[in-house]
Design a protein around this ligand. Structure first.
Ligand SMILES: *[C@@H]1O[C@H](CO)[C@@H](O)[C@H](O)[C@H]1NC(C)=O
Ligand SMILES: *[C@@H]1O[C@H](CO)[C@@H](O)[C@H](O)[C@H]1NC(C)=O
Length: 412
């Protein structure tokens, strides 16, 4: 079936020698943009324009385990923008059937097919979130994203229990004005209790060598704190620049490789790996911004994971100026509130942005559904809302000369 998309800001053209092709022309026709045509979508400008004055491109790696494919799908829709790249990964805790269903769900969305920017890792393997298999999986995700697209600017890692608290237009707007080499990595060299409990403790992660997820086990002997590099530790949730991601994955320098091997026997290497590499590498050190742009609430005393957020956290969460919050239980009502108030996301649709041109209509001008992103305009312009302004104020504070340098890779 051919769909007719009509909205006030969109011109529907019917032309082509011999055939009638109905397509969409966005508000601004960009000379150097690439227009492609196929039967299903008509004309869709699918290649994001990059460069000064244009928003960046994010590469999202979204990971989860068995039973989390619905949440991953919802999260994907919440952080979706046609400019970005997405890679979804379900570990060996999921059944082949669940992975297949996720891939089919992606395939069945007209939007994802049109922009072709969502991929699912087909082959599953074991991952223990506390162990080095989680770091290996993340680096694998980064390597795939580097391989399939050479246009993205930042690599952002998400888990199935995360949710955005700003829209993609907000995030793209804030990052548009930033130097593309910045890395948002929360870090400290003050190891505290972690020195004895994490750094000096030797663990084994059986998920590295078994097909199903298995918990870590501890060795009895401790080991000394390294002196060949300074250990830094911090939040496992990072936003990495493309150059730094390439550095970690392709490692012409030996430190990323050495650290990968060293952290094999460490619990929570995601809290140490990127932090230690960046702070021990002179050419990347100055690109570190000491913040993870996340919102968490910890129990007192803190447990391994932050508390589940709910509607009682809404006020503080949305005032926090962060970009992403964690953790949420599946279908907590606060997610719906975020969908409605912040992301403007209809129940099955994606988060709205300036690129959305309104619902589908039939030839009589009757609306076929309520999804404002069912037809598509210019993917090279964004329109931030109030949440974007808040995030922007946080980022300007973080990047102030004094603030940036004084918090960057400080050795205790
Ligand atoms: C990093 O910043 C410090 C202090 O501002 C400066 O001395 C150093 O040259 C910078 N390093 C690089 C590689 O730009
Ligand atoms: C929200 O979470 C807090 C802390 O986890 C809990 O005490 C409270 O009962 C929860 N509120 C609702 C409405 O679920």
């Amino acid at each position: 079936m051919r769909l007719y998309r009509i909205s006030p800001s969109i011109v529907v053209l019917g032309f082509m020698i011999g055939v009638i092709v109905l397509g969409v022309i966005s508000r601004s026709f960009l000379g150097d943009a690439f227009w492609s045509m196929n039967d299903e979508f008509g004309f869709v400008n699918r290649t994001p324009v990059k460069g000064p004055g244009f928003p960046p491109i994010f590469a999202y790696w979204i990971s989860g385990s068995g039973g989390e494919s619905e949440r991953i799908l919802r999260l994907l829709k919440a952080v979706y923008h046609p400019r970005n790249r997405y890679l979804l990964h379900l570990d060996a805790g999921s059944l082949p059937d669940e992975r297949l269903k996720l891939a089919q769900a992606i395939q069945s969305e007209r939007l994802f097919r049109a922009f072709g920017n969502v991929e699912v890792v087909g082959k599953s393997y074991a991952v223990e979130c506390m162990g080095s298999s989680a770091l290996a999986a993340m680096l694998h995700g980064a390597a795939i994203l580097l391989k399939i697209n050479n246009d993205w600017d930042w690599f952002i890692t998400l888990s199935a229990s995360d949710y955005p608290i700003v829209s993609q237009d907000d995030l793209l707007h804030v990052f548009a004005s930033l130097p593309r080499d910045l890395n948002f990595i929360d870090h400290t060299s003050d190891l505290g209790w972690k020195e004895a409990d994490r750094i000096n403790k030797i663990v084994v992660d059986p998920s590295l060598y078994f097909t199903v997820n298995r918990p870590l086990f501890e060795a009895t002997e401790p080991r000394a704190t390294p002196d060949a590099f300074n250990i830094f530790t911090g939040s496992p949730w990072v936003t990495l620049s493309r150059p730094f991601t390439e550095h970690c994955v392709h490692s012409w320098d030996n430190l990323p490789r050495k650290l990968l091997m060293y952290t094999t026997n460490m619990a929570f290497p995601l809290e140490t790996y990127f932090q230690t590499i960046i702070c021990n590498t002179p050419e990347f050190r100055n690109t570190t911004v000491n913040n993870d742009l996340r919102y968490f609430v910890w129990d007192d005393p803190p447990k391994l994971d932050p508390l589940f957020l709910n509607i009682s956290n809404y006020e503080k969460m949305t005032k926090s100026r962060a970009a992403i919050a964690r953790r949420f239980t599946e279908s907590d009502p606060v997610l719906q509130k975020l969908d409605e108030d912040v992301l403007k996301r209809s129940p099955n649709g994606v988060g709205a942005g300036r690129w959305c041109s309104g619902p589908l209509m039939n030839q009589k001008g009757e609306t076929l559904d309520s999804d404002v992103c069912a037809s598509w305009g210019d993917i090279n312009v964004v329109e931030p809302g109030p949440a974007g302004e808040k995030l922007k104020s946080l980022v300007s504070e973080l990047l102030g000369d004094e603030a940036l340098r004084s918090r960057q890779c400080k050795s205790q």
